[in-house]
Design a protein around this ligand. Structure first.
Ligand SMILES: [Zn+2]
Length: 447
């Protein structure tokens, strides 16, 4: 999929959050995109008047907001069909509701569902996603093929587990087959589509992975410069299990440290129940955390101590964690992130409130930093890759098109409306590297 080489301009209310705690905006702003990159950003009137050697094709409409593409740092491709299912906690929920669905995610089913999944991501305004496939090589292969065709920026890996797995292989063979298949997928897909697709070695978590598997995954990731992703300290019963499996470890994080899994390219899902030592260890290793609040509320796993992790300097992104999270909609994930901190503040009155601008930072610039991609995506700067979404403001405003008070709204007001009322129905277009990868039926443009 080649980016559109001719420059085009998007006009609208520009909002981004390059720094935690503040928004940057242009009420009547514009962004000019050429060769997949942002080449100019600013006030529409200034950009319109500027002389250029080539003419700009303008896409102008009223009442639209332009944001950087949303970044989902943690989700599961084969689980989407099982959202909102089961009302138990993590371990029984995995056994009863998730492993059966992942076990079936192979053959025609994987090939049929994978393109739909990426279509849903694009429709939700997600431009970058870090994803787990099922344990089968072909499920990951189907995922990469669909990701390539979707035009999205995707980091994906085959789920690795050799303890209590749902596969049909003899226990003795599981480890070697998983390593061989993971390496083969990484060789084929890491850096494919001009770097738009990348590989993540994906040991599920310490409950379902032997030390040998975790060590080998870490070695492979280092050898290929690939990502690592796993789950950490999501649920009390899980932590208890890990403690019994690894009696000599200081704590759960220590199990991963000893296996070499904590690296600057590691994304740790959840991290709800960490002690101070674990937080320091993650910060020292420069590993990142995917905060998955919709999932944590659905499974009743816990409330993230976001302030402690941020204070430690850990890079944090947000994750939909479908199917424990019920939606791929990152606006809902931002809303849940706010709700989680509000819930904490009911018993910890001195806790600073999380603001919409901060949740939005985590879903854009914060996610980019957590993935080591700050130089390329996450905010609007000339030279960055043009991962951009255009939102129909009338879809989130009370009274929609009849609303006469749009001019009274600040950037903070508009962002809060998107977070509390946003969803796929409000997405007009989704661009990755300047290429339109989703265009709503009511959008005026399909460049
Ligand atoms: Zn997960």
């Amino acid at each position: 999929m080649q980016p559109d080489p001719s420059p085009f301009g998007l006009r609208g209310f520009l909002i981004d959050a390059p720094d935690y705690g503040s928004l940057r905006s242009h009420r009547d702003g514009a962004i000019i995109i050429a060769n997949g990159k942002i080449v100019e950003v600013g006030a529409y009137e200034d950009l319109r008047k500027r002389q250029r050697p080539v003419s700009v094709r303008w896409l102008e409409r009223e009442k639209v907001v332009i944001f950087p593409g949303l970044i989902d740092c943690h989700t599961h491709l084969p689980q989407y069909s099982a959202v909102a299912r089961g009302e138990s906690q993590l371990l029984p929920w995995l056994r009863e509701n998730i492993f059966p669905v992942e076990r079936d995610f192979t053959g025609p089913r994987a090939r049929e569902e994978a393109p739909l999944f990426f279509r849903e991501l694009a429709r939700n305004g997600t431009t970058t996603a870090m994803i787990y496939a099922a344990i089968y090589e072909e499920s990951c292969e189907a995922g990469f093929e669909a990701a390539e065709a979707s035009g999205l920026r995707v980091i994906l890996g085959k789920m690795m587990m050799d303890l209590g797995s749902y596969g049909q292989l003899q226990p003795k063979k599981i480890l070697s087959v998983s390593l061989i298949e993971s390496e083969r997928l990484c060789r084929k897909w890491h850096g494919a589509a001009e770097g738009r697709l990348e590989y993540a070695f994906s040991p599920r978590f310490a409950v379902t992975c032997s030390e040998k598997m975790m060590r080998s995954a870490a070695e492979l990731a280092q050898r290929f410069g690939a990502y690592l992703q796993t789950h950490l300290a999501e649920n009390r019963e899980e932590i208890e299990k890990v403690h019994h499996l690894h009696m000599s470890a200081r704590d759960y994080t220590d199990v991963y440290e000893k296996c070499g899994l904590l690296t600057p390219k590691t994304m740790l899902g959840h991290c709800l129940h960490l002690n101070a030592r674990e937080i320091d260890a993650i910060a020292a290793a420069q590993s990142s955390i995917a905060h998955c609040p919709t999932s944590n509320l659905f499974l009743g796993s816990g409330l993230l101590k976001l302030d402690e992790l941020l204070q430690a300097g850990i890079a944090i992104g947000l994750g939909s964690d479908v199917a424990a999270g019920p939606e791929l909609n990152m606006w809902q994930v931002m809303r849940a992130a706010l709700d989680v901190q509000k819930a904490r503040s009911m018993s910890e009155p001195n806790l600073p409130r999380l603001r919409p601008s901060e949740a939005f930072h985590l879903a854009t610039s914060g996610g980019a930093r957590a993935l080591g991609k700050s130089a390329a995506i996450g905010s609007f700067e000339a030279g960055k890759e043009a991962d951009v979404i255009v939102i129909d403001l009338t879809a989130v405003l009370p009274y929609g098109k009849q609303n006469r008070h749009l001019d009274d709204l600040s950037a903070e007001d508009i962002l809060a409306l998107c977070i509390y009322r946003g969803g796929p129905y409000a997405t007009l277009e989704t661009y990755v590297r300047g290429k339109c990868v989703y265009c709503a039926p009511n959008s005026i443009s399909s460049p």
